[in-house]
Design a protein around this ligand. Structure first.
Ligand code: NAD
Length: 307
């Protein structure tokens, strides 16, 4: 398979695909791509091992090809992770379509550009689908599979099967919406987070404590709807909506708004420095990933669960 674009997301995908036993060709026009990817793979090795994935000889099946047409010529699957720019993605995909075999599955990691727009210049737009991972793809299970207006049902099914075989949890969206689902939810909640910090209700670290000791735990296990279904007593969601719905609706009217103007950014950065600044981001991320692996295993969601 071929990974096009080897930045943060491309390197992470490459690590997962290699650990899953695939032969991976990486394409990226920057001259130091190979060096960067090899360093990046070294960095994610502990996480892949923590997940129980085989990592011996991981890079034996890795090769680099700077020319896009050659990189995809023998691919069964292409996962594209180039810069988030419509013109560039259109150009990349026109080349891929012309050069990849007819049977090749074509997926883009885009965080928000609809497949409909990316595929505009393609002769066979039915072949392209969004496979949007939640960062980092080698660790978080979700892949949002988002068909464009002309993506075929067969392409969607093949994408779903492929990501499942890679140990992911693909979720097919029924409509193309800006930001897809997971990032919309993050954006909605984070707007209120920023509002509460700006208003001085809580600090950033206090807010993080509130989330990780309440909603975060509940949602990791059940998601918002199941949580409320179980939160309304034996009558489930109907009872919950009847009893607490009016209060919830009232609160919706009173939620805050937020902007990332200079003063807000200054406040957020200062509080982050106070809360997390005594340790490096790399150290915090490694600690977070170890905890994330433990949670995935406890939930039976790790790639090797049940194996
Ligand atoms: P990035 O900037 O880290 O990586 C982009 C890579 O594309 C770079 O290595 C760059 O050299 C390469 N590139 C530039 N021109 C290219 C070309 N013509 N052909 C091939 N490669 C080219 O960006 P990223 O964060 O890895 O994001 C990549 C894609 O993944 C974007 O579409 C983004 O929206 C999506 N995505 C990002 C995240 C995230 O949290 N970072 C999460 C999910 C999806």
């Amino acid at each position: 398979m071929t990974v096009v674009g080897s930045g943060v997301i491309g390197t992470s995908w490459a690590g997962l695909f290699l650990a899953r036993g695939l032969e991976v060709t990486v394409n990226d026009p920057v001259p130091d791509a190979e060096e960067r990817v090899r360093v990046g793979l070294e960095e994610i090795l502990p996480t892949l091992e923590g997940l129980g994935l085989p990592t011996a000889g991981l890079t034996d099946r890795l090769r680099f090809e700077a020319e896009l047409a050659a990189a995809v010529a023998d691919a069964d699957v292409v996962q594209e992770n180039g810069p988030e720019r419509l013109d560039l993605k259109q150009q990349i995909w026109t080349t891929i379509e012309q050069s990849a075999p007819d049977h090749c599955l074509l997926a883009t990691s885009t965080s928000g550009i609809p497949a409909t727009d990316i595929a505009q210049a393609m002769r066979h737009p039915e072949r392209l689908v969004v496979g949007h991972p939640f960062n980092p793809p080698h660790l978080l299970p979700l892949v949002e599979v988002v068909p464009g207006e002309r993506t075929s049902a067969e392409t969607v099914q093949r994408a779903r099967d492929f990501y499942t075989a890679m140990g992911k949890k693909p979720q097919v969206l029924r409509k193309e919406v800006p930001g897809f689902v997971a990032n919309r939810l993050q954006a909605a909640l984070f707007r209120e987070c920023v509002h509460l910090v700006v208003e001085g209700v809580v600090t950033e670290s206090e807010l993080d404590e509130i989330v990780t000791s309440s909603i975060g735990l509940r949602w990791a296990v059940g998601g918002p709807f199941r949580t409320f279904h179980l939160g309304g007593g034996s009558g489930g969601l109907p009872q919950f909506l009847q009893h607490l719905g009016p209060a919830l609706e009232g609160l919706w009217q009173r939620l805050g708004s937020a902007s990332l103007d200079a003063r807000t950014v200054e406040l957020l950065v200062r509080q982050a420095q106070e809360a997390f600044g005594d340790r490096s981001v790399d150290a915090l991320a490694a600690e977070r990933d170890r905890a994330q692996i433990a949670v995935l295993k406890a939930l039976g969601e790790s790639p090797t669960a049940g194996a």
